[in-house]
Design a protein. Structure first.
Length: 703
């Protein structure tokens, strides 16, 4: 099926025609296989037609239990085409209960689970294989997926990575792909990764299998050998140029472009050029929808993929690409990808140079026309920052202050809430005297003002600051809003009026110490996170607000010795907090401080061995950025031990940050530890992942 499923399904159809009337079971088996292949290739209508034409007329020859598989598979197909598969599904459930039949022996599966938990995999694997064979003999697609998923999990536990991949693809078990990728990374075997990637290109060609394979390729992107990338790119482009017709479930076209975005930085020029041609000729790129609220979901992923592709082709090709791209904002805008298109245009302006920048500026900022908040935010990228005068931003600031304060509104009976320009959703709580409305909003306008903050007078900056601090403390406000407001405050930190600095610091310290009250009007985050609560809507958590406040304090303290000392004292406790989110924020805050106490240094060094890889990454990043800190000999031993342990992990991002930190501190390594330091750098320079090798080699080239 490397060339597509058409030839295989035609061969099966020919075989069905050769089966005589005295062998109806053979015809059913062949037809079921053909229908399964069509189902896996998103051709659900054709699969239903095969079952109607070949299988249904021959159903009387099957036993009642054998018919269950046919009906179960037909039910699954009908769900995808909207033909009432749910009624058939529950009919099958009732019939199976009447005859006490099930696809699998769940007592045996429970025994297998117990064996796996005790580490007795020699007992688990045979049971799973027997159940897998049972599902295969019944020819129930859903049951085969279940057993393939169980086998994939077991193979991961056994570190049998190739077998795990085989079963994960057949199970369409996308969630396990990062675990398989991490296991492959941990082997350090580039030949094994090349073998796995080649196997994917050969076997994962049905659209459902393709989607699962894309998830693994994205996880492996950093370690895919350079020689294999052209074949990977061509394999992805076969699907990237298609038009998705799937009613629900993963979109194989979007998955193809997501994967291209992950691996495109290694594409040769010709392949990058081919990918760009596929993108700009795709109907998702060229179609203008009739209504402003309609969207083409694949377009956002295509636009994201164009960013690395644009940096792979020669500069002289960028003007034509810019010409075909800007209509996505000016003529065919979509709310779902507006920001992504603006980001792509910024990259094209950088890549193409002054001529492309001026070309785009002329169409994006026409005289006399209103400009969106997104384009106002990136105006400097196109040399148009001076187009907006102070009065225009003063007016925008007044609107943004009103919108910030409008995040929480108590509305009297008979009145309507004030509309908000960037409202995404709203919660209302009706009371006898009125109602409370809390809106989840975007903050593009606030970030646009942050970009042009020097054009705002001190009184306006003070109004913005007061609104941000008030709503960041408002207990009825969503934590996600409060987190966003404090994140935006960081951009204003260098221009916070002197008269407001201590007040701002006091508010931030209070929040950074965990004094974040939650509303009594809707469910608190602890209730949302309860594993028994099925309503998993995420409106933010107090920990998120506290985390951003820690970073904001450090940014506000920059250049002020007294403020940095107070920030360091606050961080000493946060660096050892039991919550990973707070520890990570504390390391990110320490990254902003050029002068810290020994307690902060010890806390960051402890974070290098944090059990949460994301937290450890932040600790290594802090150490890499602050080479002015004083590390004694014992500190260095802890640093090198943590680097040695991290070098053996399967987390490429962690290893990359370790390599960056080792290079950054190379000149200050004590003489007696330089041998160990050099050995670690040599190991990272030979790492399986290109970005880790680059972190060492690029720095060496610079030196």
């Amino acid at each position: 099926m490397e060339q597509g499923s058409e030839g295989v399904t035609q061969s099966l159809q020919d075989s069905i025609g050769l089966v005589g009337g005295d062998h109806p079971r053979d015809a059913i088996a062949l037809a079921m296989l053909k229908a399964e292949l069509l189902h896996l290739d998103y051709a659900h209508g054709e699969a239903i037609a095969v079952m109607a034409e070949v299988v249904s007329p021959r159903l009387p020859v099957l036993t009642p239990k054998e018919r269950f598989a046919v009906e179960q598979n037909r039910s699954d197909l009908q769900l995808y085409v909207g033909e009432g598969g749910a009624d058939l599904f529950y009919n099958i459930v009732d019939q199976k209960r009447l005859v006490e039949f099930d696809w699998l022996d769940f007592r045996q599966l429970f025994s297998a689970k117990q064996g796996a938990e005790r580490g007795k995999h020699y007992e688990t694997l045979p049971i799973l294989w027997q159940q897998h064979r049972r599902a295969y003999l019944y020819n129930c697609w859903r049951a085969q997926q279940w057993t393939n998923q169980l086998l994939a999990n077991e193979c991961v536990a056994l570190k049998a990575w190739e077998d795990a991949l085989h079963h994960a693809i057949l199970a369409q078990h996308e969630d396990i792909m990062p675990l398989i990728a991490e296991g492959l990374f941990s082997t350090g075997n580039s030949e094994l990764i090349e073998k796995v990637v080649s196997r994917l290109l050969m076997t994962a060609n049905l659209r459902r299998h393709f989607i699962a394979a894309c998830r693994l390729l994205r996880a492996l992107a950093d370690a895919i050998p350079e020689g294999v990338l052209p074949a990977v790119g061509q394999w992805l482009l076969k699907r990237a140029g298609e038009i998705s017709t799937c009613r629900f479930g993963p979109n194989h076209v979007s998955e193809a472009w997501k994967t291209i975005a992950a691996v495109a930085q290694g594409f040769p020029v010709d392949l990058s050029r081919s990918a760009i041609d596929v993108a700009i000729s795709h109907p998702a790129w060229t179609t203008r929808l009739p209504t402003p609220n309609a969207v083409i979901l694949e377009r956002a992923e295509i636009v994201k993929a164009m960013v690395p592709l644009a940096w792979r082709v020669p500069r002289e090709e960028i003007p034509a690409l810019a010409t075909t791209t800007y209509p996505l904002l000016t003529d065919r805008p979509q709310v779902s990808d507006y920001d992504e298109v603006a980001n792509l245009l910024c990259h094209l302006a950088d890549r193409g140079g002054p001529s492309v920048r001026d070309q785009l500026a002329g169409v994006l900022y026409p005289p006399g026309r209103p400009v969106s908040r997104v384009l106002a935010q990136v105006a400097d990228q196109f040399g148009k920052g001076d187009v907006f005068d102070s009065a225009a931003f003063q007016k925008l600031a007044d609107q943004v202050v009103q919108e910030i304060r409008g995040q929480v509104q108590w509305i009297e009976t008979g009145q309507e809430a004030e509309p908000l320009a960037e409202q995404i959703m709203a919660f209302t709580s009706v009371k006898p005297a009125g109602k409370l409305q809390v809106a989840f909003v975007g903050l593009t306008g606030l970030h646009a003002l942050a970009r042009h903050r020097t054009k705002l007078d001190e009184a306006t900056r003070r109004k913005l600051l007061d609104a941000v601090l008030d709503m960041a403390q408002h207990r009825d406000n969503f934590c996600v809003n409060r987190q966003g407001l404090l994140h935006a405050l960081i951009d204003f930190a260098d221009l916070v009026p002197e008269t407001a600095r201590r007040t701002t610091e006091r508010v931030l310290v209070r929040i950074a110490r965990g004094q974040v009250d939650e509303s009594l009007e809707y469910a608190p985050s602890a209730q949302v996170d309860d594993p028994l609560n099925p309503n998993k809507y995420n409106l933010g958590r107090p920990d998120d607000v506290q985390a951003v406040a820690l970073v904001a304090i450090a940014v506000l303290a920059f250049g002020n010795a007294g403020a940095m000392k107070r920030a360091g004292q606050l961080l000493e406790d946060a660096l050892c907090d039991a919550r990973p989110a707070i520890r990570r924020a504390a390391y990110a805050a320490a990254r902003r401080l050029t002068r810290v106490s020994t307690g902060v240094i010890v806390g960051v060094l402890a974070g290098l061995r944090d059990p949460d890889p994301k937290v450890a990454i932040t600790a290594f990043a802090a150490l890499a950025d602050q080479t002015g800190w004083h590390l004694n000999r014992n500190h260095w031993r802890v640093f090198l031990m943590a680097a040695r342990l991290a070098q053996k992990t399967g987390d490429a991002n962690l290893r990359r940050h370790v390599a960056v930190a080792l290079v950054a501190w190379a000149a200050k390594c004590p003489r007696e530890l330089r041998g160990e330091h050099g050995q670690l750098l040599t190991a990272f320079a030979r790492d399986i992942c290109a970005s880790v090798r680059s972190a060492v080699n690029c720095s060496s080239d610079t030196d």
